[in-house]
Structure formats: structure tokens, C-alpha cells
Design a protein around this ligand. Structure first.
Ligand SMILES: C[S@@+](CC[C@H](N)C(=O)[O-])C[C@H]1O[C@@H](n2cnc3c(N)ncnc32)[C@H](O)[C@@H]1O
Length: 329
């Protein structure tokens, strides 16, 4: 699932706005981009029902992002009442972290995958019975907004793309995004965060760096030349994208977190159950034969820990980015 992450080219403004000459070049890349988005959406849609059972590392990283914000005393200074956005909310762990930070602020749940949003609304309805209640069997249409029925704690669920946020400029007080941005192009995504944040607004981001799942790539490299993970961008790339977007870096951090399972099959199953399976270009087409699977398992065994478990590394990048109150000239 390696992806080419291009910076805006000549004729393309930051945030993806096309210049007058861009239409000529926009055909095949735009199509490839749409098809990549569709694969990501389908994979996460399929995983929505199993996500919570397998998402141990994702929950841990969400908690780390909350602790990182608390440790640095980070708060939005956007005007009171500006909503908090969970961008790439999945099944909605982050919405609860937001509710704890600012119980009275309105919240927006946004995700590319309608079934993930549906789970987020169900979770929200269960935890806040007066708020959102999903219509039975209803999933929001792509691009559509489902305002929650009225109540003490309403939630707005939006099906949309982090690279093209369906939100007005300067309308959001805080963007929270845990483990969604690695699926996106950094410059376009952070430009969109900068656009929707009100002055003084804060973006709290957890994303993944290049050592993520390195054990898996190393083991597969002995078997084939196919891609088995996306390309994860280094922290420097995210910091450069933030600067390009006009966001000030208030704090950044990185840490390694490990998913563990008794065996390789268990590690791979967990990755599948959270939906992180999209690989565009260079995906392996044939299933692994028995001999190749044995070689893969043997290669991965060298990582077995003294506690008997097999680890998979998540190279976590944490960022706190502020939209300045006085934009740079
Ligand atoms: C690994 S899950 C993380 C979900 C949640 N934030 C959490 O911490 O559990 C990644 C989520 O990002 C969403 N996603 C991926 N690309 C996206 C995009 N371009 N726009 C919006 N959501 C996206 C997926 O649909 C999925 O729900």
C-alpha cells in the first residue's frame, strides 16, 4: 500500500486549488487519486464492525495524544463556541477525549467511511443518550451531513475527506486527528486544517512515521518485491507541511508503540480488522503459498520478545499546530 505523496506542482496552489493550467494535467492523477480514496473508504467501511475489538494500539495512541495536549497545557484560543472536529474519527474514541476536554463545545465527527461514522454515532448515542441517535440502518451518504437530532449533547456527523474538508473557513476551534492523516497527502491536509481553523485554533495530530511496521516490510522483503504497507512520512515532512500551511508548531513529540500478538497471523489479522489494508500500486496479487508463508513466519520470529509475544512497531508522531491570530504577511 505504498503511495506516492506529491507536493503541489506548478499550477497547483497549497490546499489543492487548481491553477489555470492544471486541468490539462489533472486527468490520470485525479483518477488514480479517486480510486485510491475509494479503496481506503471501502477497506475502513468493511472494518467498521470489527475495529473496536482490534484497535488496542489505536486506543493507546489516542490516549497519548490527549496526554501530550494536557502535558503541554494546550488549548484552543479560538472564539468560545467554535466546534471541535474529530477528523478521521473512525468509531469515535477521539470524540470522548474531546468531550472530556471541553464538555460544552459542539463536536463534529468526520470520516471518509460512512460505516465508521455510523459506529461513531452509535457510540455517541450510547454515551450521551440525549444527543445523536442514528436512524436504524442509516449510514450517511458520502459527502452528506447528518446533523444529530436535537438534545443536550448534539453531534454533527460528516462524511468527507480530510484533504477537502466540507467546512467553512475559520469555522472550527480545534482539529483533533488520530491515525487518519497518514492516509493523506500532508501539504493538502494541513492546508485544509489551517483553512477551517479559526484564528488561535489548534490542531492536535497523531500520525505515523517511517518505522511503522518495519518488521513486516523486512520480513516480506525476503519473499517478494510487492508493497505491503503505505509509505509513512517522517516528522520533518509533517513539520514542513505545517509551516507551508501557515501553522505554528507549538509542540511535537515522537514515540514507539508496539502492537503485540502471539503470532504473525494474529498481528496480520488485527491490521485487517482495523481496515489498514489498502495498498495501491505494487500490491501482491497472488495469495502466499505454504512455503512462502513459512519463510515469512520464520523471518518474523527474530523479533519475538522475551515475554513470548511478537511485536509490530508503530512510529508515532504527535503534533500541536496553532493557527496564528495574526497571519504572516
Ligand atoms: C486507523 S483509523 C483511526 C480512527 C480514529 N481516529 C481512532 O483513533 O480510532 C483511520 C480512519 O481515518 C479515516 N480516513 C482515512 N483517510 C481519510 C480521509 N482522507 N478523510 C477522512 N477520513 C479518512 C478512515 O476511514 C478511518 O476511519
Amino acid at each position: 500500500m505504498r503511495e506516492r505523496r506529491s507536493h503541489p506542482e506548478a499550477g497547483t496552489a497549497p490546499g489543492g486549488a487548481r491553477g489555470p493550467t492544471a486541468a490539462v494535467d489533472a486527468g490520470p492523477p485525479a483518477q488514480a487519486e479517486r480510486s485510491r480514496r475509494n479503496s481506503i473508504r471501502s477497506a475502513f467501511d468493511r472494518a467498521a464492525a470489527s475495529y473496536d475489538e482490534a484497535a488496542h494500539v489505536q486506543r493507546e495512541i489516542c490516549a497519548r495524544l490527549a496526554r501530550f495536549a494536557a502535558a503541554h497545557g494546550l488549548h484552543t484560543t479560538a472564539p468560545a463556541g467554535a466546534p471541535l472536529l474529530d477528523a478521521g474519527c473512525g468509531t469515535g474514541f477521539g470524540l470522548e477525549a474531546l468531550a472530556q476536554r471541553s464538555p460544552d463545545a459542539p463536536r463534529i465527527a468526520l470520516d471518509l467511511a460512512p460505516s465508521m461514522l455510523h459506529q461513531a454515532r452509535r457510540r455517541h448515542a450510547a454515551l450521551h443518550p440525549a444527543g445523536a441517535a442514528p436512524a436504524p440502518g442509516a449510514a450517511p451518504a458520502p459527502g452528506g451531513a447528518l446533523p444529530a437530532p436535537g438534545g443536550a449533547d448534539p453531534l454533527l456527523a460528516l462524511c468527507g475527506d480530510l484533504e477537502h474538508l466540507p467546512l467553512a473557513s475559520a469555522s472550527v476551534g480545534l482539529v483533533w486527528s488520530s491515525l487518519a492523516m497518514q492516509w493523506c497527502e500532508p501539504t493538502r491536509t494541513l492546508a485544509e486544517c489551517a483553512r477551517v481553523l479559526a484564528a488561535g485554533g489548534l490542531a492536535l495530530v497523531a500520525t505515523l512515521g517511517p518505522r511503522t511496521l518495519w518488521e513486516l516490510r523486512a520480513a516480506f522483503a525476503l519473499i517478494d518485491d510487492a508493497r505491503h504497507t503505505i509509505d509513512f512520512q517522517p516528522q520533518a515532512h509533517w513539520l514542513a507541511a505545517a509551516q507551508h500551511a501557515g501553522l505554528a508548531v507549538e509542540a511535537s513529540d515522537s514515540a514507539e508503540v508496539h502492537a503485540c500478538a502471539p503470532d504473525l497471523r494474529g498481528l496480520l489479522q488485527d491490521i485487517k480488522r482495523i481496515g489498514a489494508t489498502t495498498v495501491d500500486g505494487g500490491r501482491r496479487r497472488q495469495p502466499l503459498g505454504r512455503a512462502a508463508w513459512s519463510r515469512l513466519q520464520a523471518a518474523y520470529e527474530r523479533h519475538r520478545r522475551p515475554d513470548g509475544r511478537l511485536p509490530a512497531t508503530y512510529d508515532v508522531i504527535l503534533l500541536a499546530l496553532r493557527k496564528p491570530t495574526h497571519p504572516r504577511p
